[in-house]
Design a protein around this ligand. Structure first.
Ligand SMILES: C[S@@+](CC[C@H](N)C(=O)[O-])C[C@H]1O[C@@H](n2cnc3c(N)ncnc32)[C@H](O)[C@@H]1O
Length: 204
């Protein structure tokens, strides 16, 4: 299925609208892949285009980025993508049912490097516990960061989450990207020769 799930629904929607509509109305009961903080949306649009059997739900706090990406999706005729203007915390806590997500990508979430801003980091134990609750059993969670301090923080938070199983072996982190298109930020960091930490987990 590659056409729109429902011609009456637009690609872009607000978090509250997603909560009211529900995932099934957006994706016609197909398995749903979630990307949090999709930025310029090159990854979610490429994945959605290559995988029409699943629905792709992007969440992005920047209204401009949502609008721009929605225009690109519409122009390219990608019907299995919905782009939500919201913070991820609202969507995960309020708009997604338990065990409703078959895979999740979180690439280069803002590192908030100053100590006084650590509380703004997305990866917090409560958020990860809630995210875990919306993943289906066995659902992969892919995370990448270029920031060494944030990598240590993410490692600690994910390793302590009782509902998640690490797939990277004893180091718990990998230097190798998973098989997927390179994201915009990743391309910049790789060009600068920066080391990227990749975490691969799955919901137990
Ligand atoms: C550094 S960019 C990475 C973008 C993209 N994932 C990539 O790899 O190119 C981080 C993105 O996350 C978005 N973002 C930050 N906090 C967020 C939140 N709480 N919920 C949803 N998106 C968020 C930002 O607006 C930004 O587009």
């Amino acid at each position: 299925m590659s056409g729109p799930v429902d011609a009456g629904l637009s690609v872009a929607l607000e978090g509250e609208a997603l909560r009211e509509l529900g995932l099934d109305a957006c994706f016609d009961g197909r398995p749903v892949v979630l990307e949090i903080g999709f930025g310029r949306a090159e990854l979610i649009l490429a994945l959605a285009q290559a995988d029409p059997a699943r629905g792709y739900l992007g969440v992005e706090v920047s209204r401009k980025r949502v609008a721009k990406a929605a225009r690109r999706a519409e122009k390219a005729g990608i019907g299995n993508v919905r782009l939500v203007h919201s913070n991820a915390e609202f969507v995960v806590e309020r708009a997604l049912p338990p065990s409703s997500i078959s895979e999740c990508w979180i690439n280069f979430s803002d590192p908030w490097p100053k100590k006084r801003h650590f509380k703004r980091r997305l990866f917090q134990p409560d958020f990860v516990a809630r995210l875990c609750g919306v993943l289906e059993p066995g659902a992969p969670l892919h995370v990448a960061t270029d920031h060494a301090g944030y990598a240590e923080w993410i490692d600690e938070v994910l390793a302590a989450a009782p509902g998640l199983e690490n797939l990277c072996g004893p180091r718990r982190v990998s230097d190798t990207a998973p098989a997927r298109p390179v994201t915009a930020y990743e391309a910049e960091w790789l060009a600068e020769g920066r080391r990227i930490a990749y975490f691969e987990y799955r919901r137990k």
